[in-house]
Design a protein. Structure first.
Length: 257
């Protein structure tokens, strides 16, 4: 199994590159945040960062909280790490090719995490609009339920927008930290018509029981986690309308191959 590879910047201008190399270590942190070693949830880390930097905008808070949490809980002792020294001599061509491939993989991984952090900062209604925009980019017309009791449906999607043409997709959006369980899936399925297709989006993910409940559902039902939502957004980003892109603004970068 291939070991994970992480890209850790050695401070601005590669200031800590020699220290990283000599000591065989990497480090990350915000001194004012303090010790986070006992924190087990991303939201706990985000609260510590917000307490230390109350004037920071939500996007910056989320990005730093995500980086600190991943550094604490995701990176293993035997994982590969790459860093960068802008002052070093230019490497040989074969080294450039190897670094290019590994560097691109690390950047892609970090980009996905940053986008996930940005999606996590959206309000509930913004997340609902994001999912509706994704469905429109996939060729459907959507109707978003107004604020208030939604009777188990946040978004309706279909070719005609009224649910008269098949497929008729019924969408539930949950923007919570905790994973959705079997009971939530059963509640969503209650009252569905046999011709319906279901899409359940949860930024907190799903329990094993929830996946089991979805597999035995009486209608086709897809469970979409935060990771899967972000990947779908990237796959269809160029076709999103401008209002949806503004919720998660991204910039395309080019990398030599």
């Amino acid at each position: 199994m291939t070991k994970p590879m992480w890209k850790i910047a050695a401070e601005k201008g590669g200031r800590l590159f020699d220290l990283f190399k000599e000591e065989g270590l990497v480090a990350m942190g915000l001194e004012d945040v303090g010790d986070i070693s006992l924190l087990t949830a991303r939201k706990q880390v985000a609260a510590k960062v917000q307490e230390a930097f109350p004037k920071w905008p939500p996007g910056r808070l989320a990005a730093w909280a995500g980086m600190l949490f991943r550094f604490q809980h995701k990176i293993g002792l035997d994982d590969y790490v790459i860093t960068y020294d802008p002052g070093r001599t230019f490497p040989a061509p074969e080294e450039v090719e190897a670094e290019s491939a590994s560097g691109l993989a690390a950047i892609e991984e970090e980009s996905l995490e940053l986008i996930k952090d940005r999606v996590a900062t959206l309000d509930w209604d913004e997340l609902q609009e994001l999912v509706a925009g994704l469905l429109r980019a996939m060729g459907y017309k959507t109707r978003v339920s107004p604020l208030g009791p939604d009777r188990g449906k946040d978004i309706g999607a279909s070719p005609d927008g009224f649910g008269l043409e098949s497929p008729r997709i019924v969408v539930e959006v949950k923007h919570r930290a905790q994973a959705m369980g079997a009971q939530e899936i059963r509640s969503f399925l209650g009252g569905r018509h046999v011709a319906d297709k279901g899409l359940y989006v949860s930024t907190g993910g799903f329990t094993k029981d929830a996946y089991y409940e979805a597999e035995r559902a009486n209608i086709p039902l897809t469970l979409m986690s935060l990771e899967e939502l972000v990947q779908a957004l990237l796959d269809h980003y160029d076709h999103l309308d401008i209002e949806t892109q503004q919720l998660i603004p991204l910039k395309k970068i080019y990398w030599p191959v």
